[in-house]
Design a protein around this ligand. Structure first.
Ligand SMILES: NC(=O)c1ccc[n+]([C@@H]2O[C@H](COP(=O)([O-])OP(=O)(O)OC[C@H]3O[C@@H](n4cnc5c(N)ncnc54)[C@H](OP(=O)(O)O)[C@@H]3O)[C@@H](O)[C@H]2O)c1
Length: 243
């Protein structure tokens, strides 16, 4: 699918990878976003006035449903849904600053909301002769690290969900893709990690994956992680435990 004159809905477009995707896709496509922060929405629309925004906090499923309802009133079809928004909390279960509420927040934002969006927007996607759901995943969805257990689990769940949904939709017009990212230099990873991939390069790869319909697109170091995990799973576990 060539990303020209397409209707594309992106979550998490106010920062990091989502923002870079907006910068790259805006010129040639019609962009829609679902975002929670009105100030950031305004800033984005100042720079990209044709963007149509729907306000919802993804951890509030009622708000999300209302936003999609509004979107469906105004738009009859959709070419690409990019499920990109996520949060990652780093305290472990034995840290004093671990917040109990963060468990539900992280699972709802990173996983439940995405399942809801796929379900609610499927009819619009299936009206096109070819359409795409792209779920932005992580190497941590393949092999978890020690911190951010809920984040890793939400990405693992995304992987299983995406594969099953792909089976469910195989006789429809909707392709279900995943992009598995390495550590990327964005606000999410500020102050931690080394040798991060640049957001510019990652977003170029993501767009290439959509245009070539790559089902499970391993980007950067994730290619090696998947290979090591296949050949020597205990080594992959050891590497990631220390990362
Ligand atoms: N950065 C990495 O190293 C890395 C690695 C692998 C995978 N990924 C994945 O790449 C995607 C983008 O990450 P990023 O690094 O670009 O992160 P980021 O810069 O922190 O951006 C996250 C985006 O998600 C939005 N968001 C978070 N919680 C939300 C909620 N409850 N409701 C609505 N929007 C919400 C944020 O909105 P606000 O601006 O309002 O906060 C922001 O636009 C995520 O799926 C992440 O898991 C990232």
């Amino acid at each position: 699918m060539q990303l020209i004159n397409k209707k594309i809905l992106i979550t998490g477009a106010t920062s990091g990878i989502g923002l870079k995707l907006v910068e790259k896709l805006y010129q040639n496509n019609n962009l829609y976003i679902i975002a929670r922060n009105q100030h950031k929405i305004n800033e984005l629309q100042d720079k990209f006035p044709a963007i149509i925004a729907y306000k919802a906090d993804l951890k509030n499923i009622d708000e999300l449903q209302a936003a999609v309802k509004q979107f469906r009133l105004e738009t009859e079809n959709l070419d690409v849904l990019i499920n990109n928004a996520a949060v990652q909390y780093t305290p472990t279960f034995i840290d004093n600053d671990f917040k109990f509420e963060s468990i539900n927040d992280e699972i709802t934002t990173n996983f439940t909301s995405l399942c809801c969006l796929c379900y609610l927007l499927f009819p619009l996607l299936n009206r096109q002769s070819e359409s795409i759901i792209l779920n932005i995943n992580s190497g941590l969805g393949l092999v978890p690290k020690t911190t951010s257990a809920i984040y890793c689990a939400s990405k693992g769940a995304m992987n299983i969900f995406s594969q099953s949904l792909r089976h469910q939709l195989k006789d429809t017009h909707v392709n279900v893709l995943q992009a598995f990212l390495p550590l990327v230099d964005t606000p999410m990873t500020k102050g931690r990690g080394k040798s991060k991939m640049a957001v510019e390069k990652v977003s170029t790869e993501i767009i290439k994956g959509i245009e070539k319909t790559i089902l499970d697109h391993d980007i950067g170091k994730v290619k090696f992680l998947r290979l090591i995990n296949r050949l020597l799973p205990s080594l992959a576990k050891q590497m990631m435990e220390k990362s």
